[in-house]
Design a protein around this ligand. Structure first.
Ligand SMILES: NC(=O)C1=CN([C@@H]2O[C@H](COP(=O)(O)OP(=O)(O)OC[C@H]3O[C@@H](n4cnc5c(N)ncnc54)[C@H](OP(=O)(O)O)[C@@H]3O)[C@@H](O)[C@H]2O)C=CC1
Ligand SMILES: CCCCCC(=O)O
Length: 385
């Protein structure tokens, strides 16, 4: 990447001022299992583009992808600059005792805190791509079937194992009564009368997550789905109603094909509900009224925001993917990846001659040269004076 020239002030008018983008050095990339290729390769591309060497730690949970990565990557990447470390939490923990120049972690906030604590020991800069409970507000002023189609697609894609998926719906009681049949229509249209036989519906990654999700089926009242099959690790596309805030399904990130509907009486109540919780990785609002969508955008905070659709914004490399607060630190995708993996070095090259011009800044200071110096430095004069 070529140097980025920047403007100068009177004091540095005859100098060359620019930002040099430098690689950090050795980067550790730790990836999760839900999109094991995408969430490993995308940060890897950014790290390479910025000139770094990389240690890759894929998730042991997605075993087949881990195996393919371990076999294929060494065939395409320079073995002196890239390594793939296999294994689980223990091996990741051992990796984290070493000093890296940058750590890029994708996973849960729980493990993100472990990574951040390890990075702190070496003051290593990090990106944490974490998760959270992503709210989806549905205004009364909307077409229930259109909303149901869009929400159902984003909730049940990859069997709901997507960090930016809508985690729960906030809507009025009246809208809930319209949304449930519309969601049933969408699920039947997408996955047929018996979704378990659909080739387009995924399965839960392992027994641990299957059991966790099976337990969540007991929350609230099942309005759609609710079936499960341990042998296939199948959880039916499910909609829950009459869910209490205190129930587990509203206390943890669902990360599965379960969609609880929580009723609120107004947009203000929905915004209060959202703002009383951790800042989510993604937030969605559906309404035919732009003002409602804009109010949700203006009065909340989240990693990303979707108005009248789901995480389609991920298809734009011109938009960053990243969380805020408990849902993450930093961002990537497109040029944001290059910037994440680059140190922005401030450079000012001056002439070795024309020393006379520097008399202005040398003591002794009098009223006149201090004012002149302040003027010559412009807005940054507070730095030295
Ligand atoms: N912001 C984003 O872009 C994304 C965020 N996520 C979030 O990730 C979570 C789901 O992914 P999941 O893989 O289960 O997340 P985890 O946090 O459980 O695991 C993430 C990575 O950390 C490793 N790990 C697990 N426990 C430890 C530990 N104690 N010490 C060190 N490393 C550890 C895992 O290894 P192993 O898997 O081998 O046990 C895996 O490589 C959800 O919260 C989801 O929201 C997921 C995708 C994208
Ligand atoms: C291919 C989309 C990957 C997005 C990361 C996630 O939401 O889990």
């Amino acid at each position: 990447m070529k140097d980025e020239s920047v403007s100068t002030n009177l004091l540095t008018k005859l100098s060359s001022a620019f930002i040099r983008k430098e690689p950090f050095g050795l980067v550790l990339i730790i990836a999760p299992w839900n999109y094991p290729l995408n969430l490993m390769i995308l940060p890897l591309v950014g790290a390479i583009a910025a000139g770094n060497c990389v240690v890759l730690k894929p998730s042991e949970v997605s075993k087949n992808t881990e195996k393919v990565l371990a076999e294929l990557l060494p065939q395409y990447l320079d073995q002196s600059c890239f390594a793939v470390v296999l294994g689980g939490p223990e091996e990741t923990g051992q990796l984290l005792t070493h000093r890296f120049d940058y750590i890029f972690f994708t996973g849960s906030p729980r493990v993100g805190k472990i990574v951040m604590a390890a990075a702190a020991k070496h003051l290593t800069p990090i990106t944490l791509e974490l998760g959270g409970k992503n709210p989806c507000f549905v205004d009364d002023n909307c077409d229930p079937q259109t909303v149901a189609n869009r929400v159902a697609w984003f909730r049940y894609f990859n069997a709901g194992q997507t960090c930016v998926a809508p985690d729960y719906i906030l809507c009025s009681q009246e809208m809930q009564e319209q949304l449930v049949p519309a969601l049933q229509n969408a699920i039947t249209r997408f996955y047929g009368d018996n979704p378990q036989t659909s080739p387009d519906l995924g399965r839960i990654i392992n027994q641990k997550h299957f059991k966790r999700l099976q337990g969540l089926l007991g929350c609230g009242r099942v309005a759609i789905g609710g079936q499960s099959d341990e042998g296939e690790r199948y959880i039916a596309p499910t909609v829950l109603v009459d869910v209490q805030e205190s129930e587990p399904v509203m206390q943890e990130e669902i990360f599965g094909p379960i969609l609880p509907l929580v009723t609120v009486r107004s947009l203000d109540e929905a915004i209060d509900f959202i703002n009383q919780r951790e800042k989510p990785l993604a937030l969605y609002a559906f309404s035919n009224n732009d003002q409602v969508v804009n109010q949700m955008l203006e009065r909340t905070s989240s990693g990303g925001f979707g108005g009248n659709d789901g995480f389609l914004y991920l298809t734009l490399p011109t938009l960053p993917l990243g969380g805020v607060g408990n849902s993450g630190i930093g961002r990537y995708h497109g040029k944001f990846s290059f910037d994440t993996f680059s140190h922005q070095r401030a450079c000012l090259l001056r002439s070795p001659g024309m020393e006379k011009l520097n008399d202005l800044r040398y003591p002794p200071y009098g009223p006149w040269n201090q004012k002149l110096l302040s003027w010559a430095m412009g807005s940054q004069s507070c730095i030295l004076l």
